[in-house]
Design a binder for this molecule. Structure first.
Ligand code: PMP
Length: 315
């Protein structure tokens, strides 16, 4: 098993053992990417474990299902409770929670709405997504030759499984070129986002981040960074970002549940700013990691405390 998984998965309303949470090869989702999903972190804080921003993640899951026209038999509150149950049962003080909603087996037609909706929530242990040093040292990225999805062809606001084929092209090309990740442009040539991260660009103490109309997923961590920056008194401009701005930026950072707040130290092998983590990036990180470790007060109400069982059920 390549990951350190929690022993139980919430699957269609019941906690089942990891190895029993299976689907049939005829499932619509396997053929046509008809799923919506989330990625949520549980942090081990100094006051015990807590899920980070559970409510906006589950709200986005519900909205993604609506965009994908997948009927949901569960309410947002029920899924929030199910996520808490999974974390509490699985005995992992810090973990990555993956809820997924998908079309199961019933018909081979593309439409798929006759297929039953199935829902699973699992947890795995997952450390630093972009490498152990990335948080301090930053990552090297390139501008992808792949564009983000065109408006009118897909719906970037939804975290829809099939749309991640685009992200895979971006990530695979970046890795083949020796980069940690890439920044993709939208169909108009403006900066969109990374393969699984939103991007912030800082020039002359002003913080820029692309708007939803630049084919981004509206990240929960992006929202957290914007709130932190606002509280610190920085101006954040949600506006189209020209590719040129990447090359003259004083600082760039990525945000994402997996990537957290990660500085970008070069773009297309050109150094960003001084080449080391900039002061605004550090200030956002200090707040973000302060809150998620429990060392700073949870001033925005972002943490849902959970009680981790000592002996995981299913062991
Ligand atoms: N963009 C894409 C394409 C993503 O997959 C993710 C990860 N969910 C993000 C941005 C960052 O979103 P969040 O901060 O909600 O994890």
């Amino acid at each position: 098993m390549p990951f350190n998984n929690g022993p139980m998965i919430w699957f269609d309303g019941k906690l089942v053992r990891w190895e029993d949470a299976t689907v049939h090869v005829t499932a619509h989702v396997l053929h046509y990417g008809s799923s919506v999903f989330e990625g949520i972190r549980t942090y081990e804080t100094v006051n015990g474990s807590a899920i980070f921003r559970l409510e906006p993640h589950m709200r986005r899951l519900m909205r993604s299902a609506k965009l994908a026209r997948i009927d949901m038999q569960w309410t947002q509150d029920e899924l929030m409770q199910a996520a808490v149950d999974v974390v509490e049962h699985n005995g992992q003080p810090s973990c990555y929670i993956r809820p997924i909603v998908f079309r199961g087996s019933e018909q081979f037609g593309v439409d798929g709405r006759a297929c039953p909706t199935q829902v699973a929530i699992m947890s795995i242990e997952w450390g630093r997504y972009l490498g152990a040093d990335a948080i301090e040292q930053g990552v090297d990225v390139g501008v992808s030759s792949w564009r983000r999805m065109a408006p009118g062809a897909n719906m970037a606001m939804g975290k829809i499984g099939g749309q991640y084929v685009n992200s895979q092209f971006i990530a695979m090309e970046a890795h083949d070129q020796g980069f940690n990740d890439a920044i993709a442009l939208d169909m108009s040539g403006y900066v969109s986002e990374g393969s699984g991260e939103n991007v912030f660009v800082i020039i002359d103490n002003v913080v820029y981040t692309p708007p939803v109309s630049s084919s981004i997923l509206a990240g929960v961590t992006r929202d957290s960074a914007m709130k932190i920056l606002g509280a610190l008194g920085y101006e954040v401009r949600e506006q189209t970002v020209a590719r040129d701005m990447l090359y003259i930026a004083d600082e760039i950072f990525f945000t994402g549940t997996a990537a957290e707040i990660t500085p970008v130290r070069s773009v297309d092998r050109m150094t960003v700013g001084s080449g080391s983590r900039g002061p605004i990036t550090k200030a956002v990180q200090d707040q973000f990691f302060g809150i998620t470790s429990g060392r700073l007060p949870d001033q925005f109400g972002w943490l849902t405390p959970v009680t981790i069982r000592q002996t995981a059920v299913g062991d």
